[in-house]
Design a protein around this ligand. Structure first.
Ligand code: MCN
Length: 784
């Protein structure tokens, strides 16, 4: 196919996803589709106890079983670890960071902690043999509840620490206490946000190959090939130059694959030791205990306000479960919300404290939203409580407090570049037709209908686009927040893009191609985006924190500008005009005032490669790399509303409408934005109505399958009504992140709706998830 210049505009268009052709045909490279000659399978023996001492491990029967190549206990492999598995975010100087190894050797600290590994010719044989491993455990007392873990005398997750408190981190503005004391009204509410268990459609999986010269390749269903590569050096001592990490097709992650896991280190260590490729595919039941969980936070939020509803201070106290160990960014996750407990509201005084707590549970870490849903939930619930206390309509109360002028520097120190929270709320109300919902509600209330309806709101902003490296350093995050892109014209004019981001469902192949196609005037079809391979993209900080577009996408834009600069030099030289006399549009350089003197970018690429007639000293080729470190976070925002129908006899709450208006800056691809918003909203709704990872008092996980951990399908959800407002972000594309907005906004909108449906009965709060039993009990309690 000929490569031509393009005059089409791609940014802003719902270009069909380039990714889909392969995915829909099943032509994919998910880990389980990859095979290498001589591959052996790995199975992990996991602790059934939440806390126990390992008295002994007998591997004889497993080693003798059919097809078994080797079996090892944690103690057998202790020499493999040059260091423990790293936590990259020691949030305070005196944080407690207990050692964490890929297999436990002496003590297990959560149900699912790995104690031994079996390698066999096939996965089935490895699984069968793993069941023959006999582990002698001496059970110890366990604690699974984040508040009980702080009580005096609670079982200690790490006895040598002498406490379950991992850290205390706080941020308080000057004069905070005086503002609190001077308030006309103070409301305080407590909330528990349950554990959530991420369920990517592709579970985790790894395939490791070690070559005789020391080169190691790890294919992993990961979000972070680059970060994973350097943790391999820290844990296994493999130099980064010898280590290649490939994230092939990755079927979702939602934060859970923003991690460096035991199985990744184990597969690499064993591939080296056994000199055969080692593969491990996580089973769904394993995913429930061995992949990180999210949330599990008790929060107490206080609002101080004047009697006319101006919020004067916000105070938050958060007790956050870390689980049994610190995974890659466990302690930092709550802090990602630390600046958002005032959200889109102008609040002059601010105080937040986070206490990280060890419990005998699966470690927590980043799950879609990571820290920010936790903040928005309590903020948007408490603003309802304040409205009730003051007798002010909650929408009006929000409006009275919205930040109006941008850029706006918050009391907590960060600056929001742009936004218009009134505009999103206005548009939401237009779409919602609140009057008719209230009329229906009134009619049902007066007729005593068993089915009541309620409407709930959530106006939010968020902080994503992780992140300015300097700020990350200041909050003790170990790595930078920049990203990189390379644009490479091939001699005949097609374009290769190499990105340091690592998509796993977010469609970078499409949206990156749109940006390059527009900027350089080529066709989207002629732009190929390469990602997820440390040998292809040497520089990258991967995909999480809705950072890819606002960091990696801007790096891409900057690389495009470098390409245009270089091409301009070549054209000026060949057309014998000054560079300033050239203008560039739709892929063509033309001389100002005499457009017949022109040269297309494809011809420039050919000239750059043939190098027959280049300016003196200019390097042949048309390729540029840019590395971009954002000066600020990205600040999307918006307004969401949920309408629910609650059966007051059974407690069943059913979502009947969901309306969302988001401001994600300039839209690159509206269809992809909608997809992101839909997925995000679904996860927020799921947290509000169905999903809860529950432990019993002994630390046994009760929700171990999808039969007990309820993940919604399309059948449980109405069609979402979405729209956007736009304020331009302070970057060359005007873009803000979108990957987590829905999850952050949705849960409080839904719970506010459920409470609104029942407020006339006296119900003031319902803990997430609002299961039929919880709703029914709340109604009964309010009635009695
Ligand atoms: N986009 C756009 N216009 C904008 C903003 C974004 O067209 N104004 C497009 C981007 O170009 C990109 C997509 O939307 O194709 C998401 O962009 P961005 O907000 O930068 O988020 P990331 O690509 O960094 O993705 C991370 C984010 C996070 S943190 C989670 S969690 C999440 C999410 O993305 N996990 C996902 N979306 C997911 N989607 C899928 N399918 N699977 C996951 O695991």
């Amino acid at each position: 196919m000929a490569v031509t210049a393009s005059t089409e505009t791609f940014v802003g268009a719902s270009v069909k996803r380039k990714e889909d052709a392969g995915l829909l045909r099943g032509q994919t490279t998910f880990i389980d589709n990859l095979t290498l000659p001589g591959t052996v399978a790995m199975a992990i023996v996991r602790s059934p106890y939440a806390h126990a001492r390992i008295v002994g491990i007998d591997l004889e029967a497993a080693r003798a079983a059919e097809g078994v190549v080797a079996a090892f206990s944690g103690a057998d492999l202790a020499d493999e670890w040059a260091g423990g598995m790293p936590c990259a975010w020691p949030v305070t100087e005196d944080i407690k960071m207990p050692p964490h190894y890929p297999l436990a050797a002496e003590e297990v600290r959560y149900q699912g902690d790995g104690v031994a590994v079996v390698i066999a010719e096939t996965r089935a044989l490895a699984k069968d043999a793993a069941e023959l491993v006999v582990v002698d455990y001496e059970p110890l007392d366990a604690v699974a509840d984040v508040e009980k873990a702080l009580e005096p005398g609670a079982p200690l997750v790490h006895s040598d620490l002498g406490t379950n408190e991992c850290y205390v981190w706080s941020l308080e503005t000057d004069d905070f206490q005086a503002a609190l004391d001077a308030a006309d009204v103070v409301v305080t509410r407590r909330y528990y946000q349950p554990r959530l268990i991420p369920n990517a459609i592709e579970p985790r999986g790894v395939l490791a190959r070690a070559e005789p010269d020391g080169d190691v390749t790890l294919w992993s269903a990961t979000q972070i090939p680059h970060i994973l590569r350097f943790t391999m050096q820290l844990v296994l001592g493999i130099p980064e130059s010898k280590m290649r990490v490939i994230a092939p097709d990755v079927g979702g992650g939602f934060g859970s694959k923003l991690n460096a896991y035991a199985e990744e280190y184990l597969a690499v260590a064993l591939a080296k030791r056994l000199r055969r490729p080692v593969k491990w595919i996580e089973e769904r039941a394993e995913n429930y205990v061995a992949t990180i969980h999210g949330r599990d936070v008790v929060s107490e939020l206080t609002f101080a306000a004047t009697s006319d509803g101006k919020i004067t201070a916000v105070k938050g106290d958060m007790t956050c479960a870390m689980g049994a160990y610190l995974q890659l960014v466990t302690p930092g996750v709550p802090l990602l919300g630390a600046w958002l407990y005032s959200g889109p509201y102008e609040v002059p005084n601010y105080s937040v404290t986070f206490t990280g707590v060890f419990t005998n549970t699966t470690p927590t870490d980043a799950y879609r939203g990571a820290g920010r849903p936790e903040a928005t939930y309590v903020l948007e619930r408490t603003i309802e409580a304040l409205a009730a206390e003051l007798g002010i309509d909650p929408i009006e109360l929000r409006r009275r407090n919205f930040i109006r002028d941008f850029p706006h520097t918050m009391a907590s120190g960060l600056t929001i570049d742009s936004g218009d929270y009134h505009a999103s709320l206005d548009r939401l109300l237009e779409m919602l037709d609140l009057d008719s919902i209230r009329a229906d509600q009134e009619a049902r209330r007066s007729s005593g209908d068993a089915k009541q309806i309620g409407v709930g709101f959530s106006t939010y902003n968020e902080m994503c686009g992780l992140a300015p490296s300097r700020i990350l350093g200041a909050i003790r995050y170990a790595v930078g927040g920049w990203d990189s892109a390379t644009i490479r014209f091939q001699p005949l004019g097609s374009v290769q893009v190499v990105t340091g981001t690592s998509p796993h469902g977010q469609s970078h192949e499409t949206t990156w191609a749109q940006i390059v196609a527009d900027q350089l005037g080529v066709d989207v079809a002629d732009v190929e985006v390469l990602h997820g391979d440390t040998a292809v993209s040497q520089l990258g900080m991967d995909t999480y924190g809705s950072r890819s577009l606002t960091v990696g996408g801007i790096a891409l834009w900057n690389a495009g500008e470098k390409i245009i600069d270089k091409a301009r030099q070549i054209v000026a030289h060949q057309l014998e005009v000054a560079e300033d006399d050239l203008e560039f549009a739709n892929g063509t350089f033309s001389v100002k005032g005499s457009p017949e003197h022109s040269m297309g970018i494809r011809d420039v690429a050919f000239q750059a490669h043939s190098a027959h007639n280049l300016p003196d000293g200019l390097e042949p080729g048309l390729e540029a790399t840019a590395v971009y470190d954002p000066p600020n976070f990205s600040w999307p925002g918006g307004a969401h509303a949920a309408v629910v129908e609650v059966d007051t006899e059974t407690g069943d709450a059913r979502l009947i409408r969901y309306v969302a208006v988001d401001d994600v800056g300039t839209p690159v691809n509206p269809a992809i934005i909608d997809g992101q918003v839909h997925g995000g909203i679904t996860q927020g709704i799921a947290a509000a109505l169905w999903e809860e990872g529950a432990y019993d008092d002994d630390g046994n996980l009760l929700t171990t399958t999808m039969a007990t951990y309820l993940i919604p399908s399309a059948a449980e959800l109405p069609s979402f009504e979405t729209d956007r407002t736009e304020t331009e972000a302070d970057n060359p594309l005007g873009v803000k992140g979108v990957g987590e907005t829905g999850t952050i906004a949705a849960a409080p909108a839904v719970i506010n709706a459920v409470v609104d449906a029942l407020s006339h009965l006296g119900v003031e709060d319902i803990q997430m998830p609002a299961t039929p039993e919880r709703v029914w009990r709340a109604i009964e309690e309010a009635r009695s």
